[in-house]
Design a protein around this ligand. Sequence first.
Ligand SMILES: C[S@@+](CC[C@H](N)C(=O)[O-])C[C@H]1O[C@@H](n2cnc3c(N)ncnc32)[C@H](O)[C@@H]1O
Length: 410
Amino acid sequence: MAEHPAYPVGLRLTGRRVVVLGGGQVAQRRLPALIAAGADVHLVSPEATPSVEAMADAGEITWSRRRYTEGDLEGAWYALISTSDLEANNLASAEGERRRVWCVRSDDADRATAWTPATGHSEGVTVAVLTTDAKGRDPRHTAAVRDAVIEGLRDGTLVAPQFRTRAPGVALVGGGPGDPDLITVRGRRLLAGADVVIADRLGPRDLLAELPPHVEVIDAAKIPYGRYMAQEAINNALIEHAKQGRSVVRLKGGDPYVFGRGMEELQALAEAGIPCTVVPGISSSISVPGAAGIPVTHRGVAHEFTVVSGHVAPDDERSLVDWASLAKLTGTLVILMGVDKIGKIAEALIAHGKPADTPVALVQEGTTATQRRVDATLATVGERVRAEDVRPPAVIIVGPVVGVGPRPTE
Ligand SMILES: C[S@@+](CC[C@H](N)C(=O)[O-])C[C@H]1O[C@@H](n2cnc3c(N)ncnc32)[C@H](O)[C@@H]1O
């Protein structure tokens, strides 16, 4: 049958009956896309994997718990034949042929009347890659072609101009802790399509070097105003560039809403009537300890973790942190922006009852090529920071989780 190449097509399955025969791994892999396409999916199978069963329990599909029998394809527009019984598969294929139902076969591409392409999605486009003929099928190659196209579109190395005008506005993008691979796919895609990027000192600065020359990159740390004016100046820059109809990315370190002033920027943009989208990022508060071999929770060791800012000392009247309560917790304390004040913070925690030998680790420039970890205890951390010349940015982890992993190799 497959002397000619397959004819590619996109099926619009909303509300249309699709029959799936067999509830194993193949069904498990294919069902989410059929459900997402709005198909009215009916499964026929005596058993199913726990994930497939969960889809039936959730009402996403209907399920007849029995083997295939003649007539099951009645009313179907499309069928997936994936039972482990060759004879049943052949009978179902024959029924599909008679009823003119397109049938995919997981066991025999040659006998199938339809093939499932390797698919991926990027920015409103579905990329579907099909093998040209059944004999030369190489599913790993089609998947690799799909991956190459999707990856290229996402990271901007494959440039496909958009001819519909892009909506101007601002995207607040969490860039992750510093390693350029730790930005989200959405963040990277928005960055690749930006006209203007306003970037923080922290975050994946290596990505800026990849931007095309026409992109204007503004270093937020260099916006020339006093310390407390800086945020207002950044807000104004976001508003002004967006008002000129440009696509603006505000690239921030970690997650925009973890000590990132993301909401202040969102509010300023809302007041100016500028559309804004927020893309979450991997926060340094979890990822930097992880990169240094420290889990913020560990079964039987820490059942909570608390992230606090250490930018003001515990005795400073501006401090909003209840250090006395934190000293009583048994879980993990993660301190951001605390390098300068860690000596005073440790003293306060000990004064409020936290054992002086509680392990402490400082992870400087986590996830970057210059990452380093310094270990101490609450009693020694102030001195260790000075002796080892630990500098911001660093995440400080306090608690027994510091010692659960294998010792880091320096
Ligand atoms: C203003 S806060 C921003 C936090 C960020 N929004 C996040 O979710 O990670 C800056 C602090 O985050 C921590 N930090 C951010 N990136 C870091 C990194 N790569 N290594 C160590 N600490 C980092 C440091 O404590 C730094 O002082």
